[in-house]
Design a protein around this ligand. Structure first.
Ligand code: GDP
Ligand code: MN
Length: 379
C-alpha cells in the first residue's frame, strides 16, 4: 500500500524529521480559505498527491510566487492528470530555497534478507540515471534486523557521504528516524528524495512510504481511500475489489488456477503449447463456489480472454465447489459464453466432474489436453 506524500511526511515528522510547513487541500474544499487560514508564506510549492513515480517531471509539482498563484495552481492540478490520474488531494508547502538535493531510502533487500539503506549526495528527479551512471556515488548499507540501525552505523553512513559536524549528526538522525518508521509501519520502502540542507540541518522535500499489504490491518489509521493508478489496470482494480489475485497480461487465453504456483504453471503450459495467457488469476486454496463464480464471471467479462483454461488440483480446494461456481457463473453471465476448458483433479473430483458434465462442460484429466483445446478455441 503506497502512502500519499502528505501521509508519509506526517509520519516522518512524528519521528523527528524536518519537513516544510504545509497544508493539504482536498478536492471540493475552499482552496483560498484553506490557504489563507494556513498562514503559509509564499513562495509556495504546489504538489499533486498521486501515487505514481516521476510526478515532478510529469508537471505535478509547481512553484507559486504568490497566494493567488497558488490558488490557481491548486485548481489546475486537481484537473491535471498525472499518468492518467487526477488527484484527490493537493499539498501546498512553503518552498525551501535550496541548491543541493540528497537522497536517502530504506528498503528490503530480499537476497540479503535485510533492510538496506541507500544514501547519496546526488538525489532529485534524476536518481535513476545516477544509479545507472554513477553507482559508486550511492552508499548501500545493510542493517542487521536484530539490532536495528544503531547510532554509530547511521553516523558511519553520513560520514561516508562526506558530511561533517552538525550536518552529519542531522543526516544520521534522519536515517534513524526513517528506520524506526520503516519498522513501526511494516514498510517495504521509506524514501526521502530529495532531501536538502538548511543551515546544518537536513529537510525532507519529498517522502514516499510503501506499507506491506499484509500488515495494513495493523494500521487502521491509514485506511483512507486511495487510487493506486498508473500501475494497476481497470480490470486489476475490479479484481482487487472482489478480493481476487489478478494480473492483466497481453495474451488471449484466460487462465484460472488454485494457488499461485499452479496458476503460474498453467501460464507456462499456455506458452509451452504456443499460446499467450491473457491474465494470471489465482482463486487461492479452499475457494467456495461463490468465490469461483466471481472469478469465472470476471474472466467471462474480461475482453482479452477469448477462451478460458481452468486448472484445479483439489487438496483443500473441493472440485465440486469449483464446478458449482463455474456452472453458476455461466448461468448468471448475460453475454455469449466463452469456451471454457476445465482440468479437475483431487478432492471430490467425481462429484465435480458430474456437475460439469450435466451442464455440458467437459472435464479434462490432463491439463495439457485442456490447454491445447483452450488455445485452439481462442484462435
Ligand atoms: P517527485 O517527482 O514525485 O519525486 O516530486 P518531488 O516532490 O521530489 O519534487 C520534484 C522536484 O521539485 C524536486 O526534486 C525539487 O527540485 C522540486 N521541489 C520539491 N519541493 C520543493 C521545494 O520546497 N522548493 C523548491 N524550490 N523545489 C522543490
Ligand atoms: Mn521525489
Amino acid at each position: 500500500m503506497k502512502l500519499y506524500e502528505f501521509e508519509a511526511k506526517g509520519i516522518l515528522a512524528r519521528y523527528g524529521v524536518s519537513v516544510p510547513r504545509g497544508v493539504v487541500v482536498e478536492k471540493g474544499e475552499d482552496v483560498r480559505g484553506k490557504l489563507v487560514s494556513s498562514g503559509l508564506t509564499p513562495p509556495l510549492v504546489v504538489k499533486s498527491q498521486v501515487l505514481v513515480a516521476g510526478r515532478g517531471k510529469a508537471g505535478g509539482v509547481r512553484i507559486a510566487k504568490s497566494l493567488d498563484e497558488a490558488v490557481s495552481l491548486v485548481e489546475l492540478l486537481f484537473d491535471y492528470p498525472i499518468k492518467g490520474l487526477k488527484p484527490r488531494y493537493v499539498l501546498v508547502e512553503e518552498a525551501v530555497e535550496h541548491s543541493v538535493e540528497l537522497y536517502a531510502s530504506i528498503a528490503i533487500d530480499r537476497s540479503a534478507r535485510k533492510p538496506v539503506v541507500l544514501a547519496s549526495l546526488y538525489g532529485g528527479v534524476d536518481i535513476e540515471e545516477i544509479a545507472r551512471e554513477r553507482p559508486e556515488s550511492i552508499i548501500r548499507y545493510h542493517v542487521d534486523p536484530y539490532t536495528g540501525l544503531r547510532g554509530f552505523e547511521a553516523r558511519f553512513i553520513a560520514k561516508k557521504l562526506g558530511l561533517k559536524g552538525g550536518l552529519m549528526q542531522s543526516f544520521a538522525s534522519l536515517l534513524q528516524s526513517m528506520y524506526d518508521a520503516f519498522i513501526d509501519y511494516d514498510a517495504e520502502l521509506v524514501e526521502v528524495n530529495p532531501l536538502t540542507i538548511v543551515g546544518d540541518r537536513v529537510v525532507a522535500l519529498d517522502a514516499r512510504i510503501i506499507v506491506d499489504d499484509n500488515a495494513s490491518y495493523k494500521h487502521p489509521e491509514l485506511a483512507v481511500e486511495r487510487i493506486e493508478g498508473g500501475e494497476v489496470s481497470e480490470w486489476e482494480s475490479k479484481a482487487r475489489r472482489l478480493g481476487l489475485a489478478f494480473v492483466e497480461l497481453d495474451g488471449y487465453v484466460g487462465v484460472l488456477g488454485n494457488g499461485a504456483g499452479l496458476t503460474m504453471t498453467s501460464m507456462d503450459l499456455v506458452y509451452e503449447y504456443g499460446g499467450i495467457p491473457a491474465n494470471f488469476l489465482d482463486i487461492g486454496g479452499g475457494a467456495s463456489a461463490e468465490r469461483v463464480k466471481k472469478a469465472v464471471l470476471l474472466l467471462l467479462e474480461f475482453p482479452k480472454a477469448k477462451s478460458i483454461f481452468i486448472n484445479i488440483f483439489g487438496g483443500i480446494t473441493r472440485c465440486d465447489e469449483v464446478a458449482r461456481g463455474i456452472v453458476e457463473a455461466l448461468r448468471e453471465y448475460g453475454g455469449k459464453p466463452k469456451p471454457i476448458f476445465v482440468r479437475l483433479s483431487g478432492t471430490r473430483e467425481e462429484e465435480g466432474r458430474r456437475i460439469l458434465e450435466e451442464a455440458g462442460i467437459r472435464a479434462f484429466d490432463n491439463p495439457v489436453d485442456a490447454v491445447i483445446e483452450a488455445i485452439k478455441a481462442a484462435r
